[in-house]
Write a protein of this length. Structure first.
Lengths: 226, 252, 638
């Protein structure tokens, strides 16, 4: 269908899938924030998730499709754009484009890499098996997998905490352009809405950055421990 | 008025003999320039010197020299039209520069705007986009009285804001993706805002966007560099309008 | 020879309708067998090409710019007249007709002007249907303003960019036809010759400005919509590329050039700032609706900041001289009045060539906000060029060449004396007489293109068979050869002076001796100096590069060479017309209070010049003008 090849059609698909991913990121954060309630909080949350197998799989399928569309079109569109603009200026000054808007493809790809790492780390237990393997064998007092322990032990390692924090900065950059870009692409931008839309993008992406980074931060500083 | 103060400037100008020539920068000195010279009059001065010394003058597009025809097209120090707000090159005056400044002058650069010679590029792709639907298909004669359909003043004003586009190409030249979305959207939005244009709105937006792609322009990724460079200050809200019109067209 | 304009007879109100009926029609199936060339894609050319294409003819359209959207019609700011009478203020087709005849100082054909007034209403409807965003009132209806001395509000406008919006309307119609394949568009082509076969116009020779190649195009009819020639003054409000070249080449192939001395000097332009200046910028005449023109009464006040000059020391000269029209006096009158003040040594700004246009009382009356709303873009433009804020201090203005009422001679069908050669818009001489009223140029361009030529060209083509002529014809080969040799000659002089130096010299001769005021002596001086300058040009001009690619120096050289010939004809026409009328003001012929003095007994005719060969005096032909509906009267705006 023409829509899937069209410059605007693909933009719309990218922004809709982007929004799905933002919703996921927000929900994921709310879930993760249960870690502040201690082991009871996050372990209960993890168990709760595992007890809804069919729903989780449908959800995962939708997310996977969304991610695939977002990444494939992202790469395709960027390649086309590079082809449209082969020669750059000897002197170039940008008046409006931001670091974030110009690096969407890179922040996006880094986030994708991070997601793979994140899955390998916490879901598939490939990286740092000494932590995750222990967890797999360990159950908490209520016979739930002790996710709390796994997270805390992980983030007590400086390198892992830094990787997570850096990824969240990428996410922040990606969203600070992505959210207002979504509103523009959906055609909701006009004289009245624009000032508010710009702010919404910055506030939401900023809050997510602060929220996500706070987890490794409280752990590495020792405010949250086993 | 300080008429006796003059400036001397160093110009690095892109010279390219033809489409297949690799092109390079040449350095020239512009002497005796006053603050009242327009930018193009400054180049005129350099060109007169070049002609007198038997060299070929710098070729550049220009015509009305009052900021409305959209012919002039130079990237000055990295910004199309030189970066003075809502100003074409021909309306840019040398009072914006200082004695001793070094200025880089380049043509529009985009795959869809191939260079013809020096600072002159081929912008016929913009005509092709308009030909894809930037009109109402009314016949000459046989139309109703102009006052038959009242049009709310705010709609007429909105259409006029969009219609001010001069088709100079600065938007695509400034866009990091070389997208012509601002140009395309200005026409789509103008006609979509008026009852006369609404009849063909769905086909128009589809055809014009497809043609824009086919011409080799990139995709819009909302940098808004176009609006900043536009000598008429065409607003990116028209791109939002195009997106909306495109979505609407999917359900027709 | 006495020329016949072939105007229809009978009651003026019926002339166009009757004539339209009398014109022969081309069978719809036959239309595509006819090829038509349209040169120039401004309002007249763009509209004509679009409309003829839509009718089914095979159209080839040409412009020297890179896109048909850029013709200089785009720069018209103020508006377009139509006799819609929406404001209920007493306007009518008859009044628009009357005003145009009188405004033209009784030097235009009645029937042509009537037709213009009649179709003016169709133009507005057409443009609205195209999506031209005309200004509207709060009820959503089309807004009108009073403009350029008219006492009714009949001017339709789109902010300060009416010309742009109308041109983009015509361009959109043209684009539709290009897409449909009925019009083939050739951009970056400059017409350098008209090809005449057996006395009939059959095609053109043009230079492809990119490749430098000379190209031939053949057709059954050629329409020139190639604009005006006031760049002969070098500094004018025209675009840099505007030239007399296409018209001049047609003239040299036998088309008569009518009334070249009728040039309009627009009163409100930004004064020249220095010698390097390449063009002058017009500020819409609508500014005079709220601005008041004045100069200091005393010469000793000249050095002062205008705001420091006391009210009683200001001479509001237009209000003083023309109490009933005041600042809204017609263009020729306002321009001359400004020149008088400056000649009197009371001009302001560099070189004493400027008058103030003051908005302070309007700002006091309606507030800065309203003034900004009305003229914001003009004030912005003024500040960009002069670095002065006109909300705080009066603008400085000076007249500048703006429009040419003269042009190639055409009959009522817009056909020149060469069969098959039609001339549209500013390029012809037809409706403005000796002076054009504000907001009438756009009206004429679109009237000719949308509503006149589609009928009249059919009337001509119906009488000739599709010729099937091709560019293999010997005349085309000959024409190419001539143009080729001409270019070679320009390139081979290899002298010391640049093309612009010659153009500046010619411009200053024209402006000083044949500008706002002319006299026998000044014109005779030019008739000596211009041929001398021309001779020097061919001995000492330096044109760089070759003819084999994009060469703007060569383009300018060709245009300048034509202006050097044409300037002489303009002066000759001004010299022969021993009267003052409209834009042609001969100092010997003025009333005791300095107003233009017409001589209806001896000069109530169109003067059309025929080329007789290089170095030979052109021959004057006359077309007498008859006024049966508007009585010849002294034009008074007091």
């Amino acid at each position: 269908m023409e829509f899937f090849k069209n410059a605007v059609g693909r933009k719309i698909l990218m922004s809709i899938t982007g929004q799905l991913l933002i919703i996921f990121v927000i929900v994921h954060f709310i879930g993760n924030s249960s870690i502040f309630l201690g082991a009871d909080g996050i372990n209960a949350y993890a168990k709760h998730l595992h007890d809804l197998p069919p729903l989780v799989w449908i959800f995962r399928l939708v997310m996977l499709t969304g991610v695939a569309i977002h990444i494939i079109y992202g790469i395709q569109v960027t390649l086309e754009n590079n082809k449209a603009n082969t020669k750059s200026y000897a002197v170039q000054k940008h008046l409006k484009a931001t670091f974030a808007s110009k690096t969407m493809i890179w922040t996006g790809l880094l986030i994708a890499l991070f997601v793979l790492y994140h899955l390998a780390h916490f879901t598939l237990h490939i990286t740092n098996p000494e932590i995750s393997a222990g967890v797999a064998a360990n159950f908490d007092a209520l016979q739930r997998p002790d996710v709390f322990k796994m997270v805390v032990l992980s983030f007590q390692k400086g390198l892992i905490a830094v990787i997570y924090a850096a990824a969240m900065v990428m996410l922040f950059l990606h969203l600070s352009h992505g959210i207002q870009s979504f509103l523009q692409t959906m055609g909701w931008n006009n004289d009245k809405t624009r000032p508010c839309f710009g702010a919404v993008g910055k506030v939401v992406s900023g809050l997510l950055l602060v929220g996500y980074v706070s987890i490794p931060l409280v752990i590495i500083t020792g405010l949250l421990k086993l | 008025m300080s008429e006796h103060k003059t400036m001397t400037l160093t110009l690095n100008v892109w010279r390219q003999k033809g489409p297949n020539d690799p092109g390079k920068f040449e350095t020239y000195t512009a002497k005796g320039i006053t603050e009242h010279h327009s930018f193009l009059e400054m180049i005129d001065v350099v060109n007169e010197d070049l002609i007198k010394s038997g060299k070929e003058p710098i070729v550049f597009d220009h015509d009305c020299r009052e900021g409305i025809c959209g012919m002039c097209s130079q990237v000055i120090n990295g910004v199309p039209h030189g970066g003075q707000e809502r100003t074409t090159v021909c309306q840019l005056h040398m009072r914006k520069f200082k004695d001793g400044d070094t200025i880089f002058i380049e043509p529009w650069r985009a795959t869809a705007f191939p260079i013809i010679k020096d600072l002159v590029v081929d912008r016929s792709a913009y005509d092709t986009i308009i030909q894809a639907g930037g009109y109402t298909s009314c016949h000459t004669g046989g139309v109703p009285d102009g006052n038959t359909l009242p049009i709310p003043k705010q709609d007429a004003d909105y259409a006029m804001d969009a219609a001010e586009c001069i088709g100079c190409g600065a938007c695509a030249a400034a866009c990091p993706n070389s997208s012509a979305m601002l140009f395309t959207s200005a026409k789509v939005a103008q006609l979509a805002a008026l009852p006369q244009g609404q009849v063909e709105a769905a086909a128009r937006v589809k055809n014009m966007v497809e043609t824009m792609q086919a011409c080799g322009f990139g995709n819009c990724s909302n940098h808004y560099e176009c609006q900043a460079a536009c000598p008429k200050g065409i607003d990116v809200k028209f791109i939002a309008r195009l997106n909306r019109e495109y979505l609407k067209a999917q359900f027709k | 020879m006495i020329l016949d304009g072939k105007c229809p007879q009978g009651p003026i109100e019926k002339t166009w309708d009757k004539h339209r009926f009398d014109l022969k029609l081309v069978n719809p199936a036959n239309k595509r067998k006819y090829n038509i060339i349209v040169v120039g894609t401004g309002l007249a050319g763009g509209a004509a090409a679009a409309t003829l294409g839509e009718l089914g003819y095979n159209v080839q359209a040409f412009c020297y710019q890179d896109s048909p959207r850029r013709a200089h019609s785009i720069a018209a700011q103020g508006g377009i007249n139509a006799a819609k009478a929406y404001p209920n203020d007493g306007d009518s087709i008859y009044r628009l007709f009357y005003d145009t005849i009188k405004g033209g100082d009784f030097r235009a054909r009645e029937a042509d002007v009537w037709r213009l007034a009649q179709v003016s209403n169709n133009i507005i409807d057409q443009c609205v249907a195209q999506g031209v965003p005309f200004a509207r009132d709060y009820a959503g209806y089309l807004d009108n303003r009073s403009f350029g001395g008219a006492q009714v509000s009949r001017t339709f406008y789109a902010r300060g960019q009416t010309g742009q919006q109308l041109l983009l309307g015509a361009y959109s119609a043209l684009s539709r036809q290009i897409k449909a394949g009925t019009v083939k568009m050739f951009t970056r082509r400059e017409m350098l010759d008209l090809v005449v076969v057996d006395g009939v116009a059959k095609g053109i020779t043009c230079r492809n400005l990119i490749s430098g190649e000379l190209e031939s195009y053949a057709a059954d009819a050629v329409c020139l919509a190639t604009g005006g020639y006031v760049n002969v003054f070098y500094l004018s409000t025209n675009a840099m590329g505007c030239s007399v070249t296409a018209n001049w080449k047609a003239y040299k192939k036998g088309a008569f050039f009518a009334n070249p001395c009728y040039t309009q000097i627009h009163p409100t332009c930004i004064p020249q700032a220095g010698d390097y200046q390449s063009k002058l910028t017009l500020m819409s005449e609508s500014l005079r609706n709220d601005g008041r023109c004045w100069v200091p009464k005393k010469k000793e006040d000249l050095g002062k900041h205008p705001n420091e000059i006391a009210e009683e020391d200001r001479d509001y000269y237009l209000e003083r001289k023309y109490p009933s029209f005041g600042n809204l006096a017609p263009r020729d009158i306002a321009s001359r009045a400004a020149k008088e003040q400056c000649d009197d040594g009371r001009g302001v700004g560099p070189g004493g060539r400027g008058v103030y246009l003051d908005f302070s009382s309007a700002i006091k009356r309606v507030g800065e906000h309203t003034i900004k709303e009305r003229y914001g873009n003009l004030f912005e433009m003024y500040e960009k060029i002069t670095d002065e804020n006109a909300y705080k201090r009066p603008m400085r203005m000076y007249p500048a060449p703006h429009y040419s009422m003269g042009g190639l001679w055409v009959d009522y069908n817009l056909m020149s004396n060469i069969p098959g050669l039609f001339v549209l818009g500013e390029a012809n001489f037809s409706v403005h007489g000796a002076n054009r009223l504000g907001a009438s140029a756009l009206m004429q361009g679109l009237a000719d293109g949308y509503f006149v030529i589609p009928y009249t060209i059919g009337g001509y083509l119906a009488t000739v068979k599709p010729s099937g002529i091709t560019t293999d014809n010997a005349e085309f080969k000959k024409s190419i050869e001539e143009v080729q040799n001409y270019s070679k000659k320009l390139l081979s002089v290899n002298g010391k002076k640049t093309v612009s130096e010659f153009m500046r010299e010619l411009g200053s001769l024209m402006w000083e001796n044949c500008g706002m005021a002319r006299s026998k002596e000044s014109l005779e001086e030019n008739l000596k100096k211009i041929p001398a300058l021309r001779e020097e040009f061919w001995k000492n001009v330096k044109v760089t590069g070759t003819g084999a690619d994009l060469n703007q120096d060569l383009e300018n050289a060709g245009r300048t060479a034509d202006f050097l010939e044409f300037g002489e004809l303009l002066c000759r026409d001004a010299h022969h017309r021993n009267e003052s009328c409209g834009g042609h003001f001969r100092t010997e012929f003025q009333t005791s209070d300095g107003e233009a003095q017409r001589d209806d007994e001896n000069y109530c005719y169109v003067g059309a010049w025929e080329y007789k060969g290089d170095g030979k005096t052109p021959e004057l032909h006359k077309e007498p003008l008859k006024f049966e509906n508007v009585h010849l009267a002294v034009r008074s705006y007091k």
